[in-house]
Design a protein around this ligand. Structure first.
Ligand SMILES: Cc1cc2nc3c(=O)[nH]c(=O)nc-3n(C[C@H](O)[C@H](O)[C@H](O)COP(=O)(O)O)c2cc1C
Length: 169
């Protein structure tokens, strides 16, 4: 039988739980909004679809992030699903809210910065927010979605990679 690890979540060792959670593979997004002093963005993999009617999506923002206040009170935001060639952008927006110099973008409705060349983009208006412990869960109502052809950027086990088609399943 293969090795297994058992983890009892312990705040003094968040890395252990994070390691277990990282067994769940995700896509990667950049969420943007209009900050008080200009455009702001953040790399986020907590994105998830929620509802088709009404059209709702969610992501969660860390209360500990220096960008928390921008997103916690934002009435409008855009969620960008990254393509495999956008890993530099993912890194740039994990380090800084102001990495727009490295991105191709334009200003959209309500001053929300829209990144171009993403696999999908969801323009959202604030719908609800919920306490999520050290994060806040933000639910947005999708007002417009844009799709492009391309390959996804995926995140699993703390590493970035691509999609390997496993056949017909
Ligand atoms: C792959 C990846 C996924 C991330 N997902 C989230 C997320 O869902 N929510 C979040 O608040 N921060 C997330 N972060 C962290 C933020 O991008 C950012 O690094 C963090 O808010 C620290 O920013 P600060 O230095 O401005 O405080 C993620 C980072 C990476 C690299």
């Amino acid at each position: 039988m293969s090795m297994q690890s058992v983890i009892t979540p312990d705040p003094s060792d968040a890395a252990a739980l994070r390691g277990a959670l990282s067994r769940f593979g995700t896509g990667v997004t950049i969420v943007t909004t209009k900050g008080e002093a200009g455009p702001v963005g953040i790399t986020a993999n907590s994105f998830s679809s929620v509802s088709l009617d009404p059209p709702l999506v969610l992501w969660s923002v860390s209360r500990g992030s220096s960008r928390y206040h921008h997103f916690a009170k934002a009435e409008h935001m855009a969620i960008h699903v990254l393509s495999s060639d956008q890993q530099p952008l993912c890194r740039a927006f994990s380090k800084s809210a102001h990495a727009f110099d490295e991105a191709a973008w334009e200003e959209g409705a309500h001053g929300v910065p829209l990144l171009t060349g993403c696999l999908a983009r969801f323009e959202c208006e604030r719908y609800a927010d919920y306490d999520g412990g050290d994060h806040v869960i933000l639910v947005g109502r999708v007002t417009r979605a844009v799709l492009h052809e391309g390959d996804p950027l995926l995140f699993w086990g703390g590493s970035f990679g691509g999609f390997a088609c496993g056949g017909d399943g």
